[in-house]
Design a protein around this ligand. Structure first.
Ligand SMILES: N[C@@H](CCC(=O)N[C@@H](CS)C(=O)NCC(=O)O)C(=O)O
Length: 239
């Protein structure tokens, strides 16, 4: 697709998925969709993106994924897969080049356990930011977040590795990254000040070409998030 502009209700349905590609239904600023984008880029998979206007979803998108969530992927064979972690694992299995998940069952289980633990942290970020917007005292919530970051920090200290799955970036790092990229947007960047290993991990992640390829700058995130807070998400911000 030549334009990154979002498809809204009433827009014509895109044609069939090109034979040699995967199609990603996405939203440019969605952290979950970024997980899938990271995997697509890291593995060098040829793909096209259809961005969806999430407040006015086209019927043809809802027919493909009645949950109406991005990321959703579609293969030329018409297989439709959604949920960020499931799409990412699916792509890692289908495209064997540059495997991101470990080969052993225990290695895979370790990453999934970590991800399960991490999934309890992400709602916290949204909670802090909405409480702050309402003018509530967020110090208690921030203290909880710092504790959660401390447990991630300890994991890195114990493993003595540069990344969560070893000394190179693997699946788990890409699944966690989009939320760290947005700490400034949630105004909780300072919660990393007491977790030096975790902070170093974020610095290493920022050097990764795949991360560089999929990220937006903080001003863009802040402007998009402001539009969300005002109830008028600007999915096409900057286009
Ligand atoms: N659990 C889902 C969450 C995905 C999600 O919440 N995506 C948001 C955009 S960031 C969405 O599609 N929202 C549309 C809606 O809620 O109607 C995943 O991991 O893929």
């Amino acid at each position: 697709m030549s334009s990154e502009k979002s498809f809204a209700a009433g827009s014509p349905a895109p044609g069939p998925v090109p034979k040699d590609q995967v199609r990603l239904y996405s939203m440019r600023f969605c952290p979950f969709a970024q997980r899938t984008r990271l995997v697509l880029h890291a593995k060098g998979i040829k793909f096209e993106t259809i961005n969806i206007h999430l407040k006015q979803k086209p019927d043809w998108f809802l027919e493909k994924n009645p949950d109406g969530l991005v990321p959703t992927i579609e293969t030329p064979a018409g297989e439709v897969v959604n949920e960020s972690v499931i799409t990412s694992e699916f792509l890692d299995e289908v495209y064997p080049e540059k495997k991101l998940l470990p080969a052993t069952p225990f290695g895979k289980a370790q990453q999934k356990m970590m991800l399960e633990h991490f999934s309890k942290i992400t709602p916290h970020l949204f909670k802090i930011s909405s409480a702050r917007r309402k003018g509530d005292d967020v110090s208690g919530l921030e203290a909880e977040l710092k504790e959660k970051f401390t447990s991630l920090n300890e994991y890195l200290v114990k493993r003595k590795t540069k990344f969560f799955g070893g000394d190179t970036i693997t699946f788990i790092d890409y699944m966690m990254w989009p939320f760290f990229e947005r700490l400034g947007m949630f105004e909780v960047q300072h919660c990393l000040d007491h977790t030096p290993e975790l902070k170093k991990w974020t610095e290493r992640m920022l050097e990764d070409p795949t991360v560089k390829n999929t990220m937006f700058d903080m001003d863009t995130y802040k402007a998009f998030y402001k539009s969300v807070a005002e109830g008028k998400p600007n999915y096409d911000f900057g286009l």
